[in-house]
Design a binder for this molecule. Structure first.
Ligand SMILES: Nc1ncnc2c1ncn2[C@@H]1O[C@H](COP(=O)(O)OP(=O)(O)O[C@H]2O[C@H](CO)[C@@H](O)[C@H](O)[C@H]2O)[C@@H](O)[C@H]1O
Length: 231
């Protein structure tokens, strides 16, 4: 099944995405229950009375996010990032089951590459910054372009995961040129991120009807917005 998934994902990724070397060397994977002091998600339950009926809903609180449709006008390329996403890996391994995988994962059966996503530049909306400032910082850290916040054009504000998590997401468009490239990108601290450029033709191929994309809905949203408004 996973050979099928990889083959399917590869078929829908552009050539330069598929042919790059493995992103990193992941040698061991295992799962544990969420510790009580977890800082990135907070599960809780909401209760309410609707039309006289008590209802209970399970919710997972997560941080709000920002993301950017980044277009290099010098080279006429859309800029994305590739990264290993643990939540995607878990989802691919477990399917629709809530049972926690036991022991160490068989990395031959489930190669980590299956969970390397292609996404727009994105990150957490920092509490002490405006969405524009958070987006500018992500562009610099992940993709290596130094841009003023004024060059960020607001496209959409929407909510992701409305069934259980519902974080606010702010999507921007930003044009950059080669002169604004000040570092290689790739993330900060222990982040392992690869910057990937797609031509407009490659982006069209990536989101064609029937495609299975490796990124989240923001990858589709960002690319389709660009293709219908800027291409
Ligand atoms: N779940 C998690 N558990 C532990 N550490 C974590 C974590 N998510 C992020 N981090 C830490 O925060 C660092 C920076 O994350 P980013 O700001 O790039 O957010 P990311 O793109 O992962 O989006 C993330 O946050 C935005 C806003 O919630 C979501 O839209 C997106 O799906 C989500 O991956 C990561 O390298 C990691 O150290």
């Amino acid at each position: 099944m996973f050979k099928y998934l990889i083959a399917r994902a590869s078929r829908h990724l552009s050539t330069n995405v598929c042919q790059s070397a493995p992103l990193s060397d992941i040698t061991k994977v295992w799962f544990t229950p969420l510790p009580k002091d977890a800082k990135w998600v907070a599960p809780l339950q909401m209760h309410y009375i609707e039309n006289g009926m008590k209802k209970d809903r399970d919710i997972v609180k997560i941080f709000n996010g920002v993301m950017v449709v980044l277009f290099n006008v010098s080279r006429q390329k859309l800029i994305y990032v590739r990264q290993f996403r643990p939540a995607v890996y878990h989802g691919l391994i477990t399917g629709n089951s809530f049972e926690m995988p036991k022991g160490c994962i068989d990395l031959v059966k489930y190669p980590p590459e299956i969970a390397v996503t292609l996404e727009p530049c994105a990150g957490v909306a920092e509490l002490n910054k405006s969405p524009q400032e958070s987006a500018r910082d992500e562009i610099l850290e992940e993709c290596g372009y130094d841009v003023p916040t004024e060059s960020l054009q607001l496209i959409y504000q929407y909510r992701s995961g409305v069934g259980a998590s519902s974080a606010a997401q702010t999507l921007f468009y930003c044009e950059v040129c080669d002169e604004q490239k000040v570092n290689a990108g790739g993330g900060v601290h222990d982040e392992v991120i690869e910057v990937v450029d797609l031509s407009i033709e490659e982006a069209k191929e990536y989101v064609k009807t029937g495609a299975t994309v490796s990124g989240g809905p923001s990858t589709l949203l960002a690319t389709l917005w660009f293709l219908s408004n800027k291409a």
